[in-house]
Design a protein around this ligand. Structure first.
Ligand code: GDP
Ligand code: MG
Length: 679
């Protein structure tokens, strides 16, 4: 395998006297962090490099390659790469493929590591050693970071690191990465230049050994993971992998017999006891629905308080501007364009933060994996596995992490279907629109119930379309997923808060860029060209926005939408929340007070069509809500789907089918409602 290796760094070159000498980047020794999802790689990476990033708790978060530098005992810079989590090198998912290719030095964008740090969750040594056992055979120096020793001990599982190291022939460093325990010892191990290559090798069945020989690899174990590709090129199948599993586990058992002392695995752990309840056939569902229900209650009650603050702050700012500036277009731009537009969106920050707080809590405690487990049977009905649950659940926060999380799903078909339906999950960007419109339909006390109804509707969209795609898309090779249930742990508040902080930065940045920009554009479209008339209606009709609205009216009138809604809809394809800003701007022209929440609703209630009938009838509101539930109004999602499927075709197909379906559904609601005599 030396052909893939880079030239060694100059660590043994003569005259390298200055210990702090900076080596050119390509000469840093490269350390790769490898391990099962949730073994603590990212935590360890952060502890080593000090680079801040999100710490998640379900597969799908660490999908990007992350690298950072760490300083060795001798003051040299070492390059550390956080690789995607995987259970095996057999490359069934894109995550595992990246991992395999980096370890075999097959990627141009990443150097082949000089040393692999295998991160093992000590509370589950057998399963974690499976991947490690494969890595040990690759011929690279390995350090084992035996992480989560605190959890192992709580389970009465004592691992003798020295004995394990002797059995495997590599250094084993016990640690607790989350409290930085063991980091100095690991850094010392990383600074060694005499790191051994393991002697560990699982004996191959004869025909597998023969297969390796046939393709000219001798006993090169790294070549095992390429056999599939090589055999496929000759039109043959290399069916070796299942036949090796039992032997590999036997070898691992052997190591564990040496290294695990006083193990008392028979007793029920706290995790077992909690799971007896949370995974129970009946109580599990009760708990899940209870948790989701309380999420809703909190979103709609607690959030009101900070929302009031934001509203007052903007009202103050508006008053300030009005007092300080002379009347005119510039003042209108600031109060009716910028402030109204940005407030319309920012007001929802508290609710969105609460959403992320709950999702973060579910991830970090280990409950999210249980949700996937509970959902597994339900998902199977539409041809998906529980593995799709986590990406789909995170799509309720935002489709982008959801679509990216689909990388961890084994099987190209499952992955594609998951990506195709993920944006039906009602993301937080829809929430502002839901709340605004639902407030027009029902009294405040009923808003949560109806919002929940819309979430259910979007969820139905996921299931129905997944079932349809399951029938029409051809299945490719896939393997039964490994359902992973990490032990419960107390959440890391710091990482949840950091994550919320990151999300609010993204949200506020969106409000300050895209939404601000579009708000200004919309304001200009509503304001110019100016009519001589004092009448607002005349002005709004002959403005650019009015003309644009008129032009698209024939298309949207059958859904019950007028031209102002039409302009808002067009703008909302950049980002859904913009719709709320658009309404704030469209209806606050020449108004003195601010235009959020109830005040904006009051204006919408008074809005009239040219024939004097109200614009926002219950049926129009309902039709609009249905449109927002199903339509794909998000440029970022289109871009990320294009990247993840590597195809414009799928990305544009998704845009077309979701939006087309939204149109049909709205049409059905509006026209059907009218037939039934509603207005
Ligand atoms: P990755 O998927 O391998 O990158 O795992 P992460 O680094 O995201 O860690 C998963 C979770 O385990 C996080 O909540 C960490 O805070 C937690 N964690 C990491 N190391 C330890 C440890 O040694 N002990 C305990 N109790 N928790 C840990
Ligand atoms: Mg990670």
């Amino acid at each position: 395998m030396s052909e893939g290796a880079r030239p060694r760094p100059g660590d043994d070159s003569p005259g390298d006297a200055s210990a702090t000498q900076r080596l050119p980047p390509e000469e840093k020794r490269v350390f790769a962090l490898v391990g099962n999802p949730n073994s603590g790689k990212t935590t360890l990476f952060n502890a080593l490099t000090g680079m801040r990033q999100k710490v998640g708790n379900y597969p799908g978060v660490t999908v990007e390659r992350k690298e950072g530098t760490c300083i060795s005992q001798h003051g040299k810079e070492l390059l550390v790469i956080d690789l995607p989590g995987a259970y095996s090198l057999n490359a069934r998912s894109p995550d595992e493929e990246v991992l395999r290719d980096v370890l075999l030095g097959r990627r141009d964008d990443t150097p082949r590591p000089d040393v692999v740090i295998c991160v093992i969750d000590a509370s589950n040594p057998e399963r974690n050693l499976y991947l490690t056992s494969q890595v040990l055979e690759l011929g690279l120096p390995v350090i084992i970071a035996l992480n989560m020793t605190d959890i192992a001990e709580a389970r009465n599982l004592r691992i003798d690191a020295r004995a394990m190291g002797e059995a495997l022939g590599v250094p084993v460093v016990p640690m607790r990465a989350n409290v930085r325990e063991g980091i100095p010892a690991l850094r010392i191990a990383m600074s060694r230049h005499d790191l051994p290559v393991s002697h560990h090798k699982v004996e191959l069945p004869e025909d597998v050994a023969a297969l390796l020989e046939r393709f000219g690899h001798g006993d090169n174990r790294a070549a095992l993971y390429l056999l599939d590709e090589e055999a496929a090129r000759e039109g043959a199948a290399a069916d070796w992998e299942n036949r090796l599993i039992a032997d590999r586990y036997a070898a691992i058992q052997n190591v564990c017999d040496h290294a695990i002392r006083d193990s008392d695995t028979g007793a029920a752990t706290p995790t077992d006891r909690i799971d007896a309840f949370l995974l129970h056939k009946v109580w599990g569902w009760v708990a899940l629905l209870g948790i989701l229900g309380s999420l809703f209650v909190v979103i709609f009650s607690v959030a009101n308080i900070p929302m009031g603050w934001i509203e007052s702050a903007f009202a103050l700012a508006g008053d300030g501007v009005r007092a300080a500036m002379p009347e005119g277009d510039l003042r209108d731009l600031i109060t009716d364009g910028v402030l109204a537009g940005v407030e319309g969106v920012l007001i929802f920050l508290p609710q969105i933060l609460i959403m992320f707080f709950f999702l973060g809590l579910m991830e970090d405690t280990g409950y999210m994996s249980r949700v996937a487990f509970i959902m597994d049977r339900l998902m199977a009905k539409v041809g998906l596995s529980g593995k799709s649950t986590v990406p789909l659940l995170s799509s309720y926060a935002c489709a982008i992490p959801g679509v990216m999380g689909a990388r961890t799903i084994p099987g190209a078909k499952d992955r594609l279907i998951t990506i195709m339906v993920a944006p039906f999950a009602s993301c937080t960007a829809r929430l502002p629109v839901y709340i605004l419109m639902i407030g027009l339909l029902v009294p405040p006390g009923k808003i949560p119930a109806l919002t929940l109804g819309l979430y259910v509707l979007g969820t139905l969209g996921i299931f129905v379309f997944a079932a349809i795609f399951n029938r029409v898309i051809k299945r490719t090779k896939s393997s039964p997923p490994i359902m992973e249930l990490p032990s419960y742990k107390a959440p890391s508040w710091k990482s949840i808060l950091l994550h919320m902080w990151d999300r609010s930065k993204i949200f506020v940045r969106r409000a300050g860029t895209i939404i601000l920009g579009i708000s200004i554009l919309l304001w200009a479209l509503e304001t110019y060209p100016k009519s001589d008339s004092e009448d607002d209606a005349v002005q709004s009709e002959q403005s650019y926005a009015g003309r644009l609205g008129k032009a698209i009216e024939p298309v949207i009138a059958p859904l019950g939408f007028d031209s102002k809604i039409g302009v808002g809809l067009l703008a909302s394809f950049a980002a859904r929340e913009v719709f709320v800003s658009a309404m704030s701007i469209a209806y606050s022209v020449d108004e003195e007070d601010d235009a959020s929440g109830e005040q904006l609703r009051e204006k919408l209630r008074q809005a009239k069509r040219s024939d004097g009938s109200p614009v926002f009838t219950p049926l129009t509101c309902l039709s609009l809500l249905v449109f927002f539930v199903f339509a794909l109004q998000c440029m970022s999602t289109v871009a990320i789907v294009r990247r993840e499927t590597n195809s414009w075709r799928w990305a544009l197909f998704q845009l077309a089918y979701m939006t087309g379906f939204a149109y049909l559904a709205s049409l059905l609601v509006y026209q059907g409602g009218r037939l039934l005599g509603f207005s």
